[in-house]
Ligand binder design. Structure first.
Ligand code: PSU
Ligand code: MN
Length: 308
């Protein structure tokens, strides 16, 4: 029996799946409103939902619309997030602000995890996690995605983190925060566009069933907090790290020159990388999200079977 928080509005389909104990996969919305240009953003959102369904799970894209936290969206909701000018980027601390003002908000990994967890969803698929930014020793810019991973019992499937972040510091922080980082089918921690980051992942699983057993073992022991399941982009879709390095350095220089920081930093860098690569990074980004959706659906199916 799942208890669902009364402030949330679920679609009938998601509510039914959760009450049946059927597999559900949460999906974030910052990636739609602030992570990709239109119309690729809404096309990606629709395709990811299709892939999750094809994998035997129910997709639940999460956002705040008119001040209401929504678990599951219709086509109109996805289109609004992809096109509306006034959609705030909402991490956990911003939730009360958009809710109390009746505003629209696209949820980050952190806020999506929290809302998913309040709804009783255990598996969440995204593209890349936020983390510790390069230069954080000076700026203290470290994403609330990391603290949320330490608090909330949701498994997050991502393609690792982009090297716009300091990957070594991000991995150190996840260790401090008790967050298991589990690589899927590889020993190496993946770097989003690239399969390799030069950093080892501390743990590895090779099947969705193993991932589901890992989740059950963690939460069964009362070890609260998330699981970061990192899934490398497929070889045929990757952009080698050697090609991305100079692009990312350029994007960071442009960000510094433009005086951008804080919550605008990640969206700015993502947008610049798309521009500098002439759209090649966008193709890779879409491919890796789809790849994560395939894995996330399988993990949700296996985990739901364990819970029956
Ligand atoms: N990384 C990406 N694409 C994204 C994001 C990160 O490759 O769209 C988004 C996610 O929603 C993530 C957020 O949770 O950026 C992190 O933002 P910040 O660094 O401000 O916490
Ligand atoms: Mn930040």
């Amino acid at each position: 029996m799942t208890t669902i928080h009364p402030a949330l509005v679920l679609t009938d389909e998601v509510a039914q799946a959760l009450s049946d104990g059927a597999p559900v996969v949460a999906l974030e919305s910052t990636i739609i409103s602030h992570g990709m240009p239109y119309p690729q953003n809404v096309e990606m959102a629709i395709e990811v939902e299709r892939i999750v369904r094809e994998g035997g799970a129910v997709p639940a894209t999460i956002a705040v619309l008119d001040g209401v936290p929504r678990i599951g969206l219709d086509a109109q909701g996805l289109e609004l997030l992809a096109t509306h000018e006034d959609v705030a980027k909402v991490s956990v601390r911003d939730l009360p602000y958009v809710i109390s003002r009746g505003a629209h908000g696209a949820t980050t990994v952190a806020a999506t995890m929290r809302l998913a967890s309040l709804a009783g969803i255990k598996v969440f698929v995204t593209g890349g996690l936020g983390g510790v930014h390069r230069g954080a020793q000076q700026t203290f810019d470290s994403s609330a995605d990391l603290t949320e991973l330490s608090l909330t019992d949701v498994a997050v499937v991502s393609a690792g983190v982009k090297s716009i972040l300091d990957i070594a510091l991000t991995l150190e922080t996840l260790e401090t925060l008790h967050v298991p980082v589990v690589a899927y089918g590889t020993d190496e921690f993946p770097a989003f566009f690239s399969r390799e980051s030069g950093h080892q992942a501390p743990m590895r699983v090779d099947t969705p069933a193993e991932a589901a057993r890992f989740m059950a073992a963690k939460w069964g022991l009362g070890l609260t907090g998330g699981v970061s399941l990192v899934n490398p982009i497929r070889e045929e879709d990757e952009i080698p790290a050697s090609e991305m390095d100079s692009v990312i350095e350029q994007a960071i220089r442009d960000m510094e020159a433009a005086g951008v920081h804080g919550k605008e930093a990640t969206p700015f860098l993502l947008g610049r990388i798309v521009e500098i690569t002439g759209g090649a990074s966008l193709e890779a980004n879409i491919a890796l999200v789809n790849n994560n959706a395939r894995l996330g659906a399988q993990v949700a199916v296996e985990h739901a079977a364990l819970e029956q």
